[in-house]
Design a protein around this ligand. Structure first.
Ligand code: IPE
Ligand code: IPE
Ligand code: MG
Length: 251
């Protein structure tokens, strides 16, 4: 049977966001260094990205490195930055073949120059990809992003480009690094941790949350389908009553 046959194509999320967690524990279980877990994590990224293009998901945001991750041992941080550069290089042809457009969100200026250059190059080369937008959250945290947006808005108010009463939720969202990307309908976190860890706090305001014990390197197409099936069973009420939703769907 087709691996995605159980999904209802009319009720797919347009945007899925994933906290890819558990690489270190996966490696530990195998008695291997943490970096092996991160390397295997890249395989999972490839599989899930490919699955999203096949299912017809339009945006996929992957939390790849948080602001707080800068506090890890220097060797791990350096190795993760190198892995980012080598993975972008290795995946370029797959991105082009599958019409994937790359975007990055976060405090990108804080990344090493080699990462910034590789990202800029890959984004430029993939900009016409119209099947899936793959968004990497790098040196990302919501508290940074929201503070940054507030500073940008305050500067505009100070220079009379914006009036205080023009600061609406829509205007605020345009100053986040995710400007223009629709909010995720589904957020997945692997590895059994049940927290948000400073990820997309604004954008996840009404997302459905899905937590799984599976460690990120073991997460693949089947696990993604499970998460989407679970999402499709939920009733998204947005503050209304169930009866109101059923009335409007009946005409
Ligand atoms: C997620 O895996 C990857 C990054 C945060 C970069 P972890 O490295 O957090 O794995 P655990 O949580 O230690 O198992
Ligand atoms: C969150 O994972 C960040 C990424 C997946 C990039 P962490 O492993 O860093 O989160 P905490 O520290 O357990 O909350
Ligand atoms: Mg972790």
């Amino acid at each position: 049977m087709d691996w995605k046959a159980q999904l209802d194509p009319k009720r797919l999320p347009k945007h899925i966001a994933i906290i890819m967690d558990g690489n270190g524990r996966w490696a530990k279980q195998q008695g291997k260094p943490r970096m092996l877990g991160h390397e295997r994590g890249v395989h999972a990224v490839r599989e899930v990205t490919e699955a999203c293009t096949e299912i017809g998901i339009e945006h996929l945001t992957l939390y790849a490195f948080s602001t707080e991750n800068w506090n890890r041992p220097k060797e791990e941080v350096d190795a993760l930055m190198s892995l980012l550069v080598s993975s972008l290089r290795a995946e370029l042809n797959t991105f082009l073949k599958n019409k994937i457009r790359l975007r990055a969100v976060g405090n990108l200026a804080s990344l090493p120059q080699s990462c910034q250059d590789e990202l800029a190059e890959t984004m430029k080369l993939t900009e016409s990809g119209d099947k899936l937008e793959l968004i990497l959250a790098l040196s990302y945290s919501s508290t940074w992003e929201i503070t940054n947006a507030t500073q940008l808005i305050a500067e505009k108010v100070k220079s009379n480009q914006l009036a205080v009463n023009e600061i609406t939720p829509e205007v605020f969202a345009q100053h986040l690094t995710t400007a223009g990307i629709p909010d995720p309908e589904l957020m997945i976190r692997t590895s059994g941790e049940v927290r948000i860890s400073n990820f997309l706090l604004w954008q996840l305001a009404y997302a459905e949350l899905y937590f799984t014990e599976v460690l990120w390197p073991d997460f693949g197409k089947q696990e993604l389908v499970q998460a989407i099936l679970n999402y499709q069973q939920r009733e998204r009420r947005f503050g209304k009553t169930s009866e109101q939703l059923n009335d409007s769907s009946n005409g």
